[in-house]
Design a protein around this ligand. Structure first.
Ligand SMILES: C[S@@+](CC[C@H](N)C(=O)[O-])C[C@H]1O[C@@H](n2cnc3c(N)ncnc32)[C@H](O)[C@@H]1O
Length: 268
């Protein structure tokens, strides 16, 4: 991890990076490298997560050699959830973050686990039950959050934003449901340190689909993973998107040489 960076870094010109989804301006967007109609993307993404849900946690450990646990532990420390807090985990899937937050917020707090995908949420629900933790769940689209304004102290989204069709809309929704002074934490794959790019590309486009085929019988979903990471906005661009959504003092931490970044912004 490096020192936190802030969004004072000049933004790349629009369309300059693969992260800028210029296609979205014309009613189309990207599903990995493929250009698809906006309405289609959510169906393709749903297909991926229905397919991977039952092997999701195992594949995360295999693909990242356990590193995702460290990235999430760092996110949990930065979130600094205390007893009595209200926390929303958006696109929470199998519930790694929500489970830890529920323990930290305690009986006087409230932690919501949400996701658009019923298969992923079912895995999350089972994990909570097995851990003896009761928390509210909601199946909902991050672009239309069914919560009141100013409701949460902390909102998190881990490895979810990349899959959303209108990231700006989802960020605006997350900002809306935060209370003034509340914080949004976005953990997402990001732009790796340039000298590592050839190695990282070789790993992503060869090893990931192979692992997917061997352990989950599905190489395509893991090819989508590699492609969607390349299409996601890099660190400085995401910071600007968060600012445009109304968040302030946005800073980010590069994790594992930028394989991931944790962005943190505060609602005024
Ligand atoms: C890679 S998983 C991340 C799960 C979990 N947060 C984690 O860190 O392990 C991405 C999740 O984003 C969810 N997702 C994708 N688009 C979404 C949307 N528009 N609204 C809410 N969740 C969405 C998927 O269903 C999936 O569970």
């Amino acid at each position: 991890m490096s020192d936190p960076k802030s969004s004072s870094t000049p933004a790349p010109a629009a369309g300059q990076s693969a992260g800028h989804d210029a296609a979205a301006d014309a009613g189309t967007t990207h599903f990995g490298y493929r250009k698809v109609a906006e309405e289609e993307k959510s169906q393709h993404v749903a297909g991926v997560f229905h397919s991977v849900a039952s092997n999701y946690d195992l594949m995360n450990d295999l693909m990242s050699a356990g590193l995702h646990r460290w990235w999430k532990a760092f996110t949990i420390r930065q979130a600094n959830v205390r007893p009595g807090m209200k926390v929303l985990d958006v696109a929470g899937g199998t519930g790694d973050l929500a489970l830890r937050f529920a323990r930290q917020a305690g009986a006087s707090g409230q932690v919501w686990l949400t996701d658009i995908n019923g298969s992923m949420l079912a895995q999350g629900r089972d994990r909570m039950i097995n851990a003896g933790v009761l928390l509210p769940l909601a199946q909902c689209d991050a672009e239309f959050l069914p919560f009141a304004d100013h409701m949460f102290d902390v909102v998190t989204v881990a490895f979810g934003l990349r899959n959303m069709t209108h990231k700006d809309k989802a960020l605006a929704e997350m900002q809306r449901v935060l209370r003034p002074g509340g914080r949004l934490l976005v953990l997402e794959f990001s732009r790796v340190w340039a000298p590592l790019t050839p190695l990282y590309d070789a790993y992503s486009f060869n090893v990931l689909p192979w692992l997917g085929k061997q352990f989950a019988g599905d190489s395509e979903s893991y090819r989508y993973l590699a492609e969607s990471i390349r299409m996601h906005p890099p660190q400085d661009e995401l910071a600007l998107m968060m600012e445009r959504a109304g968040l302030e003092r946005v800073q980010w931490f590069n994790l594992t040489a930028g394989v991931c970044a944790l962005h943190v912004g505060t609602k005024h």
